[in-house]
Design a protein around this ligand. Sequence first.
Ligand code: NAP
Ligand code: G4F
Length: 382
Amino acid sequence: MKVALITGVTGQDGAYLSEFLLKKGYTVHGLKRRSSLFNTDRIDHLYQDPHVDNQKFILHYGDMTDSTNLTRLVKEIQPDEIYNLAAMSHVRVSFEMPEYVADTDGVGTLRLLEAIRLLGLENKTRIYQASTSELYGKVQEVPQTETTPFYPRSPYAVAKMYAYWITVNYREAYGMYACNGILFNHESPLRGETFVTRKITRATAKIALGLQEKIYLGNLDAKRDWGHAKDYVRMMWMILQAEQPEDWVIASGKTTTVRDFVSMAFAEVGVELEFKGSGIDEKGYIKSINTKIYDNLFSSTVQKSQFLAVGQEVLSIDPKYFRPTEVDLLIGDASKAKEKLGWECDYDLQDLVKDMMQSDVKLMQKTQLLKDNGYETLNYFE
Ligand code: NAP
Ligand code: G4F
């Protein structure tokens, strides 16, 4: 059976992809960073005792900034497929640490490609590069396809642009099977807590349970093409099974504002929102409460939507979440992947919001239980 190496195995996509490849019978090696606390929450259910025989899921310490480490691991593992998912992936944070992001997200990709080349694995090892719709930035065409010119708008996107082109270059220069998946935003219950969708679903569940008063957000007008990460990791694998190495856009083909995503999340707990004011003075208020939906969801913990009231202010703008340069609109056209690889989505946006809300409601019910029993619970406002 095939052997895969996944960098960024502890991230959202790393976790879903590991699960997917293990089900397909792969042996999966994952690169994880050393941290002072366990950072494997998303993959704990896949963990295997290293003392047992025939281990199928094996973790290695490593870092995208360390070429000797990466080359040694590729040499030892001799992977058939590498999925390069490791990155400092937060766009706003990339403005605060641009040099590190260039090293990890940009040069890190080069280090992996060079490892394959130096070890003479060009004909054995296929590599997937996690490219991004952020490359389109200030979009030059709507919708965006594989031929739309790039115009990156953040240190993250600029670093990813280097990674994109170095992947193309190694394919053309050395005949390597190296591909870019230009993936549009994909989310899930495993999404990092500071990306906007997860921030919204967590806060909505908390507000509904009286654990948080309101949510502070940045640009509500930004439009994103959101899909479910489970659908998108399947596509990463399909890209590496194609006859020829190519670059592929993966997207839902629909775009939605951040404001509408907030409304959809609140609707899942039976709350209708209305927005008043504009710019940094815009606010979100509870317009109505469907107690049937609310009570149905929370009947085991609270009754009669006791924490909510019509007219309550639940959303404000905090300009600190604005970005120095914003990407206003993303909408992808994945026709090529649909036609040539037969890709289809199982989840639409409504399914995605439901999945994330159900998961965060359960999580926050546990948090509430801890709080009720006198345990400290953490409230990050990032
Ligand atoms: P994520 O949840 O932020 O995961 C990123 C992973 O990279 C984590 O495992 C992280 O480790 C690891 N990492 C960060 N810096 C590293 C370093 N210097 N060395 C080794 N590992 C490092 O991201 P994701 O959402 O799963 O996305 C996966 C990839 O796809 C990323 O490259 C991202 O830029 C790209 N992408 C994502 C989307 C999306 O919408 N999700 C869309 C397009 C492209 P820790 O757990 O230790 O932090
Ligand atoms: O959720 P976001 O932080 O994701 P963003 O910037 O689109 O990047 C994600 O998707 C990319 C693919 O296009 C990936 F390459 C990248 O790694 C990452 O996974 O922000 C989405 C939008 C932005 O326009 C942002 O300005 O939401 C807006 N937003 C409004 N308020 C906010 C907030 N974003 C965050 N994170 N936090 C807010 O409070």
